[in-house]
Write a protein that binds this ligand. Structure first.
Ligand SMILES: NC(=O)c1ccc[n+]([C@@H]2O[C@H](COP(=O)([O-])OP(=O)(O)OC[C@H]3O[C@@H](n4cnc5c(N)ncnc54)[C@H](OP(=O)(O)O)[C@@H]3O)[C@@H](O)[C@H]2O)c1
Length: 252
């Protein structure tokens, strides 16, 4: 009997872009993809943090380089995309929480600009390169469980992440024939700079602990396996969907 062979999680020979790689989930995903064998271009605005990340990766024998990128600037996106990538993982994001009735237009615009507009044009530029290379590829957005449900004082954030969820479905339909897969990872609350103020609020902390069925908050490491899976051939038939890493938050 010939046993079927698992396609595996090896990313050797792949060129990956990770945005938001200067901290938090993006930094974790950059480390995960490079540990799996990819050469990772680590992008964000804070150059020093990126250089430190790349140097630390190199110490461990992982391959990477830094690229300065302000994702609100479409020229910056085009510059970083000059050579095609096999994998693009977008972890750049912003949260400015408020009650819906108190939301300022400038906060709405800032969150939408990064979380949705830049995700949109990063995707289209990534796909253009993947089409030109003829090899296809995998585009992964770090969306959120808040792309599937509502949350306290999160109307703007939820709007941006629900937008990403709709966007990737439509793009998956258009780009499947070019073997371009596009998916999201939807984390629950993970302790990072983005969530520090939420964790510091005792009421919000209690809300989080009540909703996460696995009885602990998420860690950056919880996202790393999902990133490698969606980047690799192990997920070759998966597109236009989301992988919820939410400890059961959205199960009820
Ligand atoms: N932490 C959570 O609980 C959680 C849960 C669900 C989803 N998420 C999502 O996960 C993603 C990463 O968040 P995080 O928790 O890791 O927060 P973080 O540590 O604050 O990381 C945010 C990243 O976005 C980058 N960024 C922000 N504005 C940018 C811009 N204009 N141009 C380029 N890069 C920009 C930042 O880099 P620079 O400042 O160096 O530019 C930073 O690397 C976000 O999309 C967030 O919505 C987080």
């Amino acid at each position: 009997m010939k046993l079927p062979r698992s396609p595996g999680f090896d990313l050797s020979g792949k060129r990956a872009l990770v945005t938001g790689a200067s901290s938090g989930i993006g930094l974790g995903c950059a480390a995960a993809l490079s540990e799996a064998g990819a050469h990772v271009v680590c992008a964000a605005r804070r150059r020093e943090a990126l250089d430190e990340a790349v140097a630390t990766m190199a110490e461990q024998g992982f391959s990477g380089e830094a690229a300065t990128l302000d994702q609100t600037n479409l020229d910056d996106i085009r510059d970083v995309m000059q050579d095609p990538f096999d994998i693009v993982l977008n972890s750049a994001g912003l949260a400015r929480h408020s009650k819906a009735l108190e939301t300022k237009a400038e906060d709405f615009d800032a969150v939408m600009n990064i979380n949705l507009r830049s995700a949109y044009f990063l995707s289209t530029e990534a796909a253009r390169g993947m089409m030109a290379s003829g090899k296809g590829g995998s585009i992964i957005h770090i969306s959120s469980q808040m792309g599937h449900v509502g949350g306290i004082e999160r109307a703007v954030y939820c709007a941006s992440k629900h937008g990403v969820e709709g966007m990737i479905k439509a793009m998956a339909i258009e780009w499947g024939k070019d073997r371009i897969r596009i998916n999201t990872i939807c984390p629950t609350f993970i302790r990072t700079a983005l969530t520090a103020s939420t964790f510091d609020d005792p009421d919000k902390h209690a809300w989080i602990m009540e909703k996460i069925k696995l009885d602990r908050v998420g860690e950056i490491e919880d996202i790393m396996g999902a990133a490698v899976f969606l980047a690799s051939d192990a997920s070759a038939m998966i597109t236009g969907t989301s992988l919820k890493v939410d400890g059961g938050w959205t199960a009820e």
